[in-house]
Design a protein around this ligand. Structure first.
Ligand SMILES: [Zn+2]
Length: 448
């Protein structure tokens, strides 16, 4: 924040105009910095309150490994609704102690998902900040072990370690008296790894929290000295092909046409050309074709003979795109391709509900610049933008747009969604300090 950009909402009402000015101001500062007009070094340094926050982190963070162990020992795979609620209770009690009003927002049983932890502090100072984590893990958890600074177990880095970076930053701010009159909402979803359906219902709480916030910070795993300003959206698709069938000797004839398998091949060959769309990936994952075929959730069945022309073929895969516009363009092209059938065949494509993309934006870059400045001021070095092509979909995309947001503020580690998942405990103090100073600056006008 610059000193002449008042952050007190009492003086400046919340409005799109005001948000626009803020984004523009930060965007300008980023541009000026990149041009070397305003070296971060000249702005370096922590305010007395920030120095106190850092000291508070040092005093608290010794308990981090113990708290991570407690959280990871709870098995909270997405489908384990009891475990998800138990993690929510654990974190809710910690947030309540910091003056947050915490509740568990149940999802209807029909969704097969538990619900979300929602916690809020209401105030009038600075930016209204939304902090995003999640309670669930991909693989069943419940075991935890240490190898030096490595904590191993399901959820260590995705995302309970990240949830604790968020919680420890808030604890340090609270202890330093820096949460007073701030407005911060914490949403930890219970189904980030396998979102409940319909998605509109499963993400209603998160979207409501976004409406009451000015920006969002998300705590998926940190990757080196980077943060995420853009994530691709993902969606699955299925193609069903029908053809005429009979003795194989009739293929290519007017009566038999091309058969379903050739039609499937034609569709895939045309899909392959979509790789020219910048940042898009289109992955056919499963294919079956023959006299009879069917796809299950993780496989398929097929029957047929070499001397019979294939009557059916089915394909399934996913589509990842950098923006809603690119998604719409890709879907139009895929529908057009599918509609251009070979002789005596027909095909249809269906798209499932998916995760939206989080497109790169000036607001996201402005937040990255804030994080970068905080990191440099703390002596932890610069933070750059992570390549969005290498990052999967995430909850933050449901709120950005419209909110400016960054992700990747969680703990460093590896092996996410795999049995050898781990977190690097040695990185926790630095990451907690970075987040605490960032939240402090966003919720306060900097006074040196
Ligand atoms: Zn995650």
């Amino acid at each position: 924040m610059s000193k002449d950009d008042p952050q007190n909402r009492k003086a400046a009402p919340r409005s799109n105009e005001r948000y626009g000015r803020w984004t523009l101001a930060l965007g300008f500062r980023l541009a000026a910095t990149l041009c070397g007009l305003l070296p971060f070094g000249l702005r370096a340094g922590l305010s007395p309150t920030e120095t106190k926050i850092v000291a508070t982190v040092d005093a608290l963070v010794g308990e981090f490994p113990h708290d991570l162990e407690r959280a990871v020992l709870i098995n909270s795979a997405t489908e384990n609704l009891t475990g998800v609620r138990e993690v929510a209770n654990l974190f809710a009690s910690q947030l309540s102690a910091l003056g947050f009003a915490s509740r568990f927002a149940e999802l209807p049983a029909s969704t097969g998902r538990a619900g979300h932890l929602v916690a809020m502090r209401q105030g009038t100072r600075g930016k209204r900040v939304l902090l995003i984590g999640h309670l669930d893990t991909v693989l069943p958890g419940g075991s935890y072990r240490r190898e030096g600074d490595r904590a191993l177990g399901s959820g260590t880095s995705d995302i309970k370690g990240g949830d604790l970076i968020l919680l420890y930053a808030l604890r340090a701010l609270y202890t330093a008296g820096a949460l007073d009159d701030t407005q911060i909402t914490v949403v930890m979803t219970g189904d980030e790894e396998a979102v409940g359906r319909p998605i509109e219902l499963a993400r209603a709480e998160l979207m409501t929290a976004a409406k009451n916030s000015d920006l969002a910070l998300s705590f998926e795993g940190a990757i080196g000295q980077t943060a995420t300003v853009a994530r691709r959206g993902s969606m699955s698709w299925e193609v069903e092909v029908q053809g005429a069938t009979g003795h194989s000797s009739g293929i290519f004839s007017a009566a038999m046409g091309a058969g379903a398998v050739y039609e499937a091949a034609r569709i895939l060959t045309a899909f392959y050309e979509l790789r020219r769309m910048d940042g898009l990936t289109l992955n056919p994952a499963l294919i079956v074709g023959g006299t009879e075929s069917a796809l299950t959730s993780t496989g398929g069945t097929v029957s047929g003979k070499g001397n019979i022309t294939a009557q059916t073929a089915r394909l399934r895969g996913d589509l990842r795109t950098v923006s809603a516009e690119q998604l719409a363009e890709a879907q139009t092209k895929m529908r057009t391709i599918v509609a251009q059938s070979l002789p005596r065949t027909s095909a249809k494509i269906t798209f499932s509900e998916g995760y939206p993309a989080m497109p790169d934006s000036m607001g996201n870059r402005a937040l990255l610049a804030e994080l970068d400045t905080a990191s440099r001021d703390l002596g932890f070095g610069p933070i750059t933008a992570y390549d969005p092509r290498s990052r999967g979909a995430g909850d933050v995309a449901f709120v950005s747009p419209p909110l400016p947001a960054i992700d990747g503020l969680g703990i460093r580690g590896g092996g996410a969604h795999a049995p050898n998942e781990w977190a690097d405990l040695a990185t926790a103090p630095e990451l907690v300090k970075r987040t605490a100073v960032l939240i402090y600056r966003l919720t306060h006008q900097r006074v040196e």
